[in-house]
Design a protein around this ligand. Structure first.
Ligand code: SF4
Length: 319
């Protein structure tokens, strides 16, 4: 089949605006997007930069966007993208600074954030018999979190990162989960200091996009929520988090829908002028990206009365 790859191009170290190069190529019916990129690089344009490693959907190195959807280039068949048109747009993943073409800066995007959670086990010392026994069920859950291969798809789908790039993101927080819930780890409280700081644990907006995007079924959003529950269980107080939770519940109870503008302001605290000023760049970015339309009107859900009754019942149950 003949396909045209329309590939995002960016030259590092120049002022040139990013553009797109078109490559017409012939591919077999089972070819993947990565096969196409390799053919382009080998036969048409040796300057095209992209990353790939295991070639079998295991390492997450070739994460890209094809026709606007994030995927692994090595496991996405060209035929699945050309049913309507013989053209495929190929872009780098979102939320990541691009170095060149499809190669992004993973340090800023992910590795520096993972560094912040101190990603190593702090064991209690060696037991007399050299063993630490952990129940299978606990280990199975940790192993699931450990099966993350840092493909970055959860961060790519995250709805906070486009407006606040400093947010730690679901992949790094999933890494934190792996240690916090490991019974051998003795550094839980120290670890919470790193992850509950501003732009950490409490900044997730529970949109569940991270879990939707994870190809390993690791459920990063649920793990962030488990970290929050653990923080409460340990009595880790965070006034901003408490305000965030109160505002979240209040907005759902009143209108059936999360009022994100009100949530951001109330989480900072109405009298916290410095915090409110800090929100301004984020608000400007949200405006630019159409995430906060002007005039900002929060609409009520038609099912608001029903939602309110459900919340009141839940409140009664937990009183
Ligand atoms: S949690 Fe899932 S989506 Fe996120 S980096 Fe790990 S494997 Fe990829």
């Amino acid at each position: 089949m003949e396909v045209t790859f329309k590939v995002y191009r960016k030259e590092p170290g120049t002022q040139t605006q990013p553009g797109r190069s078109d490559y017409k190529i012939e591919l077999g019916k089972d070819a993947t997007v990565l096969d196409g990129l390799l053919k382009i690089r080998d036969e048409l344009d040796g300057t095209l930069a992209f990353r790939a490693s295991c070639m079998r959907g295991y390492c997450g190195d070739c994460t890209i966007r094809a026709n606007g959807k994030s995927c692994f280039a090595c496991t996405t068949r060209v035929s699945s993208l050309t049913q309507k048109s013989p053209e495929i747009t190929v872009d780098p993943v979102r939320n990541m600074p691009v170095i060149k073409d499809l190669v992004s800066d993973w340090d800023t995007f992910l590795w520096n954030k993972i560094d912040r959670i101190h990603p190593w086990l702090e064991p209690p010392g060696t037991a007399a018999n050299g063993e630490t026994i952990i129940p299978d069920s606990v280990m199975a859950d940790i192993r699931k979190a450990m099966s993350c291969y840092y493909c970055g798809l959860c961060d790519e789908g995250c709805t906070v990162l486009p407006v606040d790039f400093g947010f730690m993101g679901p992949a790094a927080l999933t890494k934190a989960y792996r240690f916090v819930f490991d019974p051998r780890d003795t550094a839980t409280r120290e670890r919470f200091k790193y992850i509950e700081e501003s732009k950490g644990l409490w900044d997730c907006v529970h949109c569940f996009e991270a879990s939707e995007h994870c190809p390993r079924g690791i459920a990063p959003t649920e793990r962030i929520m488990a970290l929050r529950d653990k923080a409460f269980e340990l009595g880790i107080q965070n006034p901003r988090a408490a305000r965030h939770h109160y505002s979240f519940a209040d907005s759902i109870k009143k209108s059936g829908v999360l009022d994100e503008g009100k949530l951001a302001v109330e989480s900072e605290g109405l009298t916290n002028i410095r915090g409110l000023v800090r929100l301004l760049p984020t608000a400007a970015r949200a405006l630019r990206r159409g995430k906060a339309p002007i005039p900002y009107i929060h609409h009520k859900s038609p099912g608001a009365p029903q939602i309110r009754r459900i919340i009141e019942k839940a409140e009664e149950k937990h009183r």
